[in-house]
Design a binder for this molecule. Structure first.
Ligand code: PLP
Length: 375
């Protein structure tokens, strides 16, 4: 897609914020435990390769991604750190995975059997066994299913390397920890049939690491919090200050005095109650700014301005407190004067989570990196 380099709408990514979030987290880990940065989906919209550099500078020792292409892009860019693909890769790509030293999540014996059919034995494929303790997404269902897979790995150690074992919690970002504890006890049951722990045992995403200092495991899969976003939205405070890395801004490209009684936007859902100043901002739902944010706000000159009328595909309209010049800065996410709009607030107003907002910003918005030279 074409990035809009001749349009004032931009995403700024603060590399120093990412480094600081990682530093804070590493300080809380047991000595020697690894932090793998989760940079799937273009680094949650922040830029895959750029974020990979920042997290390595800050001490991350590996990466997690979702799909094979993301892993290959990291290898092409020269990253030699461990990379774990968290989703299922088709077994036909087993040799490609092995050649590139890319580790993969596996949730069935059948997958291992398929993979060994295509694997040469010069370079073993690194396997992380996924345990379904209650997420219900991928993974072995119980010990009886797991045991034969472990035996199979042992019997095929020329082709397959049992590198890791893991699970994923579905409620780690909630105050009620009953389901979390149920998953944890299932995890421990699974582990009772693992004869020798592999190199990596990992259970923690951001929320688990922030709020459940579970000792199981020697690696964490740290995602949303490295971007400075609270996994719970605003429900549970973070144990340290998370510094948001992403800011979204634009400029007024058109302003007018709208006469009382005139309407704005598709469906004419907003009508001026009096003569008022209306500004047009060049960002819309094609850029990933949610369409349902009519009534939410942006910042101009440190003041909240309501979004009036429906958000269009490429533009939206705001009510200004007074006349502002074309070219005035508009902050959609981030700080302006003494005020701030947080990504979590945008998400809440759009009835979703910050994850969906950040990874939904399209390639049409250029990413600009601040503090990307390590000082
Ligand atoms: C995406 C993902 C993570 C990262 O989760 P955050 O909440 O962003 O920290 C960790 N583990 C798995 C299996 C994932 O799919």
């Amino acid at each position: 897609m074409n990035a809009g380099t001749h349009r004032p709408t931009i995403i700024e990514v603060d590399a120093q914020a990412i480094r600081e979030n990682i530093h804070h987290e590493i300080k809380r880990l047991h000595q020697g435990n690894d932090l793998f940065a989760v940079i799937k989906a273009n680094g949650y919209g922040h830029g895959l390769i750029e974020v990979a550099h920042f997290v390595v500078e800050a001490g991350a020792t590996g990466f997690c991604v979702a799909i094979l292409d993301e892993a290959l892009e990291l290898r092409s860019a020269g990253f030699s750190q461990p990379i774990l693909i968290l989703g299922i890769v088709e077994p036909q790509y087993a040799q490609l995975l092995a050649d590139n030293k890319i580790s993969v999540a596996v949730g069935s014996l059948a997958w291992l059997e398929e993979a060994t059919k295509v694997l040469q034995s010069d370079q073993p494929l690194r396997v992380h066994l996924a345990l379904d303790t209650g997420m219900g997404r991928i993974g072995f269902q119980d010990r009886d299913e797991l045991k034969p897979a472990i035996d199979y790995l042992q019997a095929h150690s020329e082709q397959l390397l049992f590198e890791g074992i893991f699970t994923h919690f579905s409620t780690a970002d909630e105050l009620d920890d009953r389901y979390f504890k149920l998953q944890l006890s299932r995890f421990n049951e699974f582990m009772s049939v693992v004869p020798k722990r592999p190199r990596y045992v990992h259970v923690a995403n951001s929320a688990t690491s922030l709020w459940h200092q579970v000792c199981e495991g020697n690696m964490i899969r740290f995602g949303i919090a490295l971007y400075g976003l609270n996994p719970s939205g605003e429900a549970i405070p973070s144990p340290y200050v998370l510094k948001p890395a992403m800011a979204v801004s634009s400029e007024l490209v058109f302003t007018k005095r709208l006469k009382k009684g005139r309407s704005v936007g598709y469906g004419a859902t907003y009508t001026a109650q009096e003569d008022e100043w209306i500004g047009t901002v060049p960002i819309g739902y094609a850029d990933g700014y949610p369409r349902n944010l009519q009534g939410f706000h942006v910042l101009v000159d440190g003041q909240f301005c309501e979004i009036v009328g429906r958000v269009c595909m490429d533009q939206l309209m705001i009510r200004l407190p007074r006349e502002y010049a074309v070219g005035s800065k508009v902050v959609l996410v981030g700080k302006s004067g003494d005020q701030e709009i947080k990504m979590e607030e945008v998400a809440e107003a759009a009835h979703t989570i910050s994850y969906e907002i950040v990874c939904g910003f399209s390639a049409r918005i250029p990413r600009i990196y601040l503090h990307n030279q390590k000082s």
